[in-house]
Design a protein around this ligand. Structure first.
Ligand code: AFP
Length: 315
């Protein structure tokens, strides 16, 4: 599979690996440009202004200067590719049309810096990206042609799938993303759980599920950053992340287009599952850019067990 003479497969860079996936050159270009843009986001995270931007996003949340800067970096780079039609960002109120024609082009939805409020306490954050063919960004996530994230942690890693398995790349000293894991695969069940949201707002069914996980000996691992928390479940191959419907917020917190669809695509590609408690995340028809949904995502058996508790099927 790896045709680079004299190179072991774990020295393969991102562009070379994408070429091995037998996908459209325009899609390779989009993914590589996003990877390049994230190198500038890294610099912003490490040295940028931690203050507020004085603006708010489409959810009415106060934007940090880093949110706005990261958004600008990605948007500018995507426009510059010349192969991106529509762009949606968690930090923009509406879809930006980069090109009118859609044939052969791609549309991208992204969260430029998910967890940005964690940067000032030096916790890991990330960029999350969802890619569709053509111009429609309000399609069910099942129609994505690619999904990826870049995790700004102790090491900078990039994880992507184009529907042919999940691959991890790590940034080296030369600022190149080189392959570090291939065909990432999840176990059927795990021993890690990431319970998002205020526990005193949990419904009785969710409380019972948490108690089931604790009685099973699961370890609580929750950083408050979706990207590092999902990356832990995905790379260890065992566990479940949940941000359930809470009393007072029946749709939970996480955003379908910018957070749930890309992560659900990657987790399913690794043999895991992602559900809103009733149907697969990837089968939800988005109603708007700011569509939110409850989420249970990770090992297949753990997600199924969550659904059993939610639907009172557990004796
Ligand atoms: P921000 O991007 O506004 O910091 O939110 C991050 C996030 O959407 C996601 O990364 C976390 O999983 C989730 O919020 C954490 O939410 P809580 O702070 O309510 O646990």
């Amino acid at each position: 599979m790896y045709s680079e003479p004299g190179k072991t497969k774990f020295q393969i860079d991102l562009r070379r690996h994408l070429r091995e996936q037998d996908i459209c050159e325009n899609l390779i270009h989009v993914i590589c440009e996003i990877a390049e843009a994230c190198k500038y986001v890294i610099n912003a995270v490490r040295t940028g202004d931690l203050g507020v931007a004085g603006t708010s996003n489409l959810y009415g949340e106060e934007q940090l200067a880093l949110d706005v800067l990261s958004d600008r970096i990605l948007k500018k780079r995507l426009i510059h590719t010349g192969v991106v039609c529509n762009i949606a960002s968690e930090e923009m109120d509406e879809i930006y049309q980069a090109q009118a024609a859609a044939d052969g082009l791609y549309s991208v939805a992204y969260d430029p810096l998910d967890g940005s409020s964690l940067v000032d306490v030096n916790l890991a954050v990330g960029t999350i990206v969802s890619i569709y063919k053509g111009s429609d960004l309000l399609q069910p996530g099942r129609n994505q042609v690619a999904a990826m994230y870049v995790l700004y942690g102790p090491r900078v890693s990039l994880v992507y799938s184009v529907g042919k398995g999940v691959y991890e790349f790590t940034l080296n000293q030369l600022m190149e993303f080189t392959l570090t894991r291939e065909n990432v695969t999840m176990k059927p069940a795990g021993d890690i759980y990431s319970p998002g949201g205020l526990r005193n707002k949990y419904t009785p069914e969710n409380e019972k599920f948490i108690r089931f996980l604790e009685d099973k000996g699961c370890k609580l691992r929750y950083s408050g950053g979706f990207v590092p928390d999902i990356n832990q479940v995905l790379m260890k191959g065992k566990g479940i992340f949940m941000y359930p419907a809470l009393q007072g917020s029946p749709k939970g917190k996480l955003r379908l287009l910018f957070e749930l669809n890309p992560m659900a695509y990657l987790i399913e590609q690794a043999g895991g599952a992602a559900s809103n408690g009733v149907i697969d995340i990837l089968d939800i028809q988005p109603e708007s850019l700011d569509h939110r949904a409850p989420v249970y995502i990770g090992c297949r058996d753990d997600v199924e067990k969550a659904k059993d508790f939610l639907n009172n099927k557990v004796k």
